[in-house]
Design a protein around this ligand. Structure first.
Ligand code: NAD
Length: 349
């Protein structure tokens, strides 16, 4: 299925609205998901609606939630999203942090109990476009941990993503480093499983601890595991994401209390810094421009694969998908159509 982003936004909007969301919330969540598809992160695109519908039907995802402000000193705040749509409440929390950082130079927000916040880069991008530097550490507490620690063959984490965003260069495109600390995001295993395609080498072990490229090991009992990226380094980053966004923020941790019936829960620690408090904007921008040019000037080892910087692949894919449409694999599409049929939602109105 290849579908134009505007049709997909409208379709996703109607599915979210079926869970009782206000028109604003439904549009916001649908836009977030389709923007993830446009950037090439299908793992965090409209395919997530299958889990969202499961969770709003089970009552573990609550529409139209307002966060509880647990504490707020002006520079440090803690919000409890009360299982509301993560996309909406994480965005509000980061907007709060941007405003506070503009005033005080730095702001920290701890977000607890958000339902899935989606593509974390979204929040880094908002902060960087406002001229801020942002660091986001996220944990995922959603039932069985599917990611093994380094040297392990049993899951102890989920995909605990990290995002670091640095304001744009002269063309205002941020440096946006945003990835799961697992070798691949679990959603990418789901997309490969749905599409009947093998995963890359080095990402999965089956339940017996043998390396495999078969994504179905994550969907059949006894389950296999996804490996952390970068061996002990990625595994260490997964652990600190778990601690920073779980224990330290006060959000559920994958180790303690995540029965599957809780649905998807993300915690997030966000640190937003106004870089103008550290150096002057002009010198900073010219240094950033120069560094990016320097990095990209490295001769590519494969002439067909130029050196890119973080954030660039997503911008390239977005331009392509805006022009050519978004490809949704057959299984994901049929799952979405089944939901649409149940809620009597038409693809086009
Ligand atoms: P990925 O492996 O595609 O890595 C993406 C990062 O690497 C980006 O910063 C990208 O710009 C950079 N990158 C990719 N190719 C590059 C190249 N050739 N040169 C330079 N930089 C390059 O991402 P992922 O780990 O699959 O994560 C996908 C998405 O899933 C992210 O947006 C993440 O936030 C999201 N995620 C969310 C959750 C959650 O619970 N909410 C959990 C896990 C992941």
């Amino acid at each position: 299925m290849i579908i134009d982003h505007t049709r997909l936004r409208a379709f996703a909007n109607r599915i979210v609205a079926a869970g009782g969301s206000s028109p604003d919330e439904a549009a916001f969540v649908a836009d977030h998901l389709v923007e993830a598809n446009l950037r090439g992160h299908d793992s965090h695109g409209v395919g997530m609606l299958v889990a969202y519908v499961r969770d709003f039907e089970a009552g573990t995802l609550k529409a139209n939630q307002t966060p509880e402000i647990v504490s707020d000193t002006g520079t440090i705040s803690v919000w409890d999203a009360r299982a509301g749509y993560g996309q909406v409440i994480a965005h509000q929390a980061v907007e709060w942090a941007i405003k506070a950082a503009k005033q005080h130079g730095v702001a920290v927000n701890g977000l607890r109990n958000a339902h899935h916040i989606g593509r974390v880069g979204t929040y880094g991008e908002v902060a960087a476009r406002a001229g801020m530097v942002a660091l986001h550490f996220v944990n995922v507490a959603s039932g069985a941990p599917g990611v093994a620690p380094f040297r392990g063959r049993e899951g102890r984490f989920l995909t605990n993503p990290v995002c670091i965003a640095i304001p744009g260069t002269s063309n205002n495109e941020p440096i946006l480093l945003d990835f799961a600390t697992s070798r691949v995001a679990l959603g990418k295993v789901r997309v490969a499983h749905n599409a009947g395609k093998p995963m890359m080498e080095g990402a999965l072990l089956d339940h017996a601890g043998q390396a495999t490229t078969n994504p179905s090991v994550m969907y059949t009992e006894p389950r296999g595991v996804v490996l952390p990226f970068g061996e002990h380094k990625g595994s260490g980053l997964a652990l600190v994401c778990e601690l920073l966004a779980g224990a330290i923020v006060g959000s559920p941790s994958v180790t303690t209390s995540t029965p599957p019936e809780r649905g998807i829960i993300n915690g997030m620690l966000s640190i937003v810094i106004d870089p103008a408090r550290l150096s002057t904007r002009d010198s900073m921008m010219s240094e950033i421009d120069a560094m990016i040019a320097w990095v990209k000037s490295a001769k590519p080892s494969d002439p067909d694969l130029p050196v890119l910087v973080a954030g660039e692949p997503e911008r390239i894919t977005r331009a392509e998908r805006l022009a050519k449409g978004i490809e949704i694999d057959r299984e994901t599409w049929s799952q979405l159509l089944a939901i649409a049929e149940r809620y009597q939602i038409a693809l086009d109105r």
